[in-house]
Design a binder for this molecule. Structure first.
Ligand code: NAD
Length: 363
């Protein structure tokens, strides 16, 4: 297969983990006889420094022409001024919106040999295999108005949460389709006891469910979902939820896997690439981790597994995706650990070293 992949390393540890992910992508191309044209562009803080904007025109154009996009992370203290006109996350939000990526898929399946790396007890973690489908281009992150204004003589900040039926329906459909390939259960998470948006969410998800009679639907309030993710995580299959709730719950869910550094994600929309698959954006769920950036110790597994998701969802290369996932699992089974996963007293491997070990295990 010939495919055009745009990489957006971004800021902080982004370039470090994307370096390891790109190496594995090139190895897959070599081993399986594919031709991946990989080009790098700026997004986020580094783009603000070079172009004065977080999403330069040429980055956007390249992504719109790509078959898939692989992203590291954006942001960092250098660009944290809340009054700044240009902020790194505007680049990411703008890119998701421009590519029409309305759903973010985040699988969480702790590796059996990493159960001790999580603060949760082993028996709580056994059998955990869930997929969070987060709505990505609607809700409070995009609603208008969003502003500061004067109200009764003092400063007031306003954000707006909006959802349309069609925004809810398309992400709910995707969640039910995904559940059909898994354990046939969807948990819809909302705050329907308080928010009108959530009441529309619950009603619309229930309507979508009618077309999937063999899939069970559970509704949960987000506060209860936060608790159940810790007390009974193994009972979840597919969780579908709005942008804000998904953002928070997926970080919570990452604790189940031992480290944020382990988890991949895929953002998908309606547009297809020239191979007839969704043109997705793939990224580890972690941020730019400024506290460890530049030290070469970031865990690249989330970025590497994001590459596997890219091969599966955007190129239909299931064997190649499985080869990467098997190589990661074998590496962990043999006890190789990065610093974030190493037990106390044990030195962790560098980003580059674990990347090379995983690449060496590609079957
Ligand atoms: P973070 O995910 O960057 O880091 C949280 C903690 O997890 C840190 O202690 C970090 O060292 C650790 N960590 C994260 N990824 C790791 C990895 N691969 N290997 C080892 N340890 C890892 O979250 P934060 O500290 O809240 O945010 C830092 C910056 O990242 C902020 O500017 C934030 O806006 C940005 N951010 C970007 C994205 C994104 O680009 N998608 C997502 C979240 C946060």
């Amino acid at each position: 297969m010939k495919a055009k992949v745009i990489i957006l390393p971004g800021d902080g540890i982004g370039p470090e983990v994307i370096g390891a992910a790109t190496d594995i992508l090139q190895s897959v191309a070599c081993k399986f006889g594919h031709d991946f044209l990989i080009k790098s562009y700026l997004l986020g803080g580094c783009a603000i420094d070079s172009y004065g904007t977080a999403l330069p025109e040429e980055t956007l154009e390249a992504c719109l022409e790509a078959d898939a996009v692989l992203l590291g992370a954006v942001g960092g203290p250098k660009w944290d001024d809340p009054t700044a006109k240009h902020r790194p996350e505007q680049g990411l939000l703008g890119l998701r919106k421009a590519l029409g990526l309305f759903a973010n898929l985040r699988p969480v399946k702790p590796h059996p040999d990493l159960l001790e790396a999580s603060p949760l007890r082993r028996e709580r973690l056994e059998g955990v295999d869930l997929l969070v489908v987060r709505e990505l281009t609607g809700g409070i992150y995009f609603g208008q108005p969003r502003e500061r204004r004067t109200h009764n003589g003092e400063v007031q900040a306003v954000d707006t949460m909006t959802y349309t039926e069609s925004e809810i329906r398309r992400v709910a459909k995707l969640a039910f389709e995904a559940a059909g390939q898994r354990r046939r259960k969807v948990t819809s998470v909302d705050k329907a006891n308080v928010l009108e948006c959530s009441r529309l969410w619950r009603q619309t998800v229930a309507e979508v469910a009618l077309a999937y009679p063999d899939i069970s639907l559970e509704d949960l309030l987000v506060d209860a979902a936060a608790m159940h993710l810790i007390t009974r995580p193994a009972t979840f299959d597919v969780i579908v939820t709005a942008n804000l709730f998904g953002d928070i719950l997926t970080d919570e869910a990452s604790v189940l896997s031992g480290s944020m550094g382990n988890l991949p994600s895929a953002s998908l929309g309606e547009t297809q690439n020239r191979h007839g698959y969704p043109r997705g954006l793939y990224e580890p769920i972690h941020g730019s981790a400024p506290d460890i950036a530049g030290r070469g110790i970031a865990n690249p597994i989330g970025a590497i597994l994001s590459t596997a998701m890219m091969l599966r969802h955007s190129f239909g290369l299931e064997d190649e995706a499985n080869a990467i996932e098997t190589a990661v699992a074998a590496t962990l089974s043999e006890g190789y650990r990065t610093v974030d996963l190493a037990p106390a007293g044990q030195e962790g491997l560098s980003t580059q070293d674990i990347g090379q070990i995983i690449t060496g295990k590609l079957a």
